[in-house]
Write a protein that binds this ligand. Sequence first.
Ligand code: ZN
Length: 62
Amino acid sequence: MKKTMLRDCKACGKEISRYSPFCRNCGHPQGSVLSICVLVLFLLLLIAYYIAFCIYGITLVT
Ligand SMILES: [Zn+2]
């Protein structure tokens, strides 16, 4: 069960998360379509949050 969540790094061969866009060991990008989709979604969420922040002027502790 746990094995399916892992895969080998293309560069160093270490076991890394299937959803990780980069190897945690050597930092080599894995080029997974799924991880890129997750990354894009995360960026869109960040942009949406930034726009909401500008519009509503939410003040957060910096
Ligand atoms: Zn690696």
